[in-house]
Each structure stands twice: as structure tokens, then as C-alpha cells.
Design a protein around this ligand. Structure first.
Ligand SMILES: [Zn+2]
Length: 101
């Protein structure tokens, strides 16, 4: 089985369950592995924990679909148009021959 060295002291971690995983970073000072046993409490390993789920920082954000709620209300207006055309006067019955030669 793969031997895990503590990244803090470089010693061999006996109990993997006690390892405190930390996200790897360039600034982390990782001790050179040595044959001794780690005495840290807890042992520090700069690795992504295989036990836990990776942080959801880089998780792609689901595209939010814009559901446009267009409600089509058909306004069926029942407008009864009584066409009372005022210009449509019947010809003047008093003078039917006017202009007619
Ligand atoms: Zn250690």
C-alpha cells in the first residue's frame, strides 16, 4: 500500500484516518519524506482529500435558462359598432331636381 508521508514533518503517517488534507498550494512548505513516523496531530497532507468531495468552487454553473412567461391574453373585444354615419344624409327630398337639368 502507498505510504503517506506527512507533509508537515515528512514522517510516515500511520493512521490515514487522522490525516488532515489541505488543498495543495505553491506556498505550502512540504517537508522531505523521511523514514520516521509522523508525530503530528493531526498529520498534514497537502492533497485533495480522497475522502471528501472536492470543493465546489470550480463547479460549472448551470446556465440559467430564461423562461419567458409570455401570457398571450387574447383580448377579444366584442365591440359592436353601430355605424351612424352622419355624412350619409339622404338627398334632400324638398328639392330633388336641384342641379339636375
Ligand atoms: Zn507530521
Amino acid at each position: 500500500m502507498h505510504t503517506i508521508h506527512c507533509h508537515f514533518c515528512g514522517g510516515i503517517v500511520r493512521d490515514k484516518a487522522t490525516i488532515q488534507y489541505r488543498p495543495p498550494r505553491s506556498s505550502a512548505q512540504v517537508a522531505l519524506p523521511q523514514m520516521g513516523t509522523c508525530t503530528c496531530t493531526p498529520p498534514i497532507v497537502y492533497e485533495d482529500s480522497p475522502l471528501d468531495d472536492p470543493p465546489a468552487d470550480d463547479e460549472p454553473v448551470e446556465p440559467v435558462e430564461r423562461v419567458e412567461h409570455v401570457e398571450r391574453i387574447e383580448h377579444v373585444e366584442h365591440v359592436e359598432r353601430h355605424r351612424h354615419d352622419p355624412t350619409a344624409h339622404p338627398s334632400d327630398p324638398s328639392d330633388p331636381w336641384k342641379g339636375a337639368v
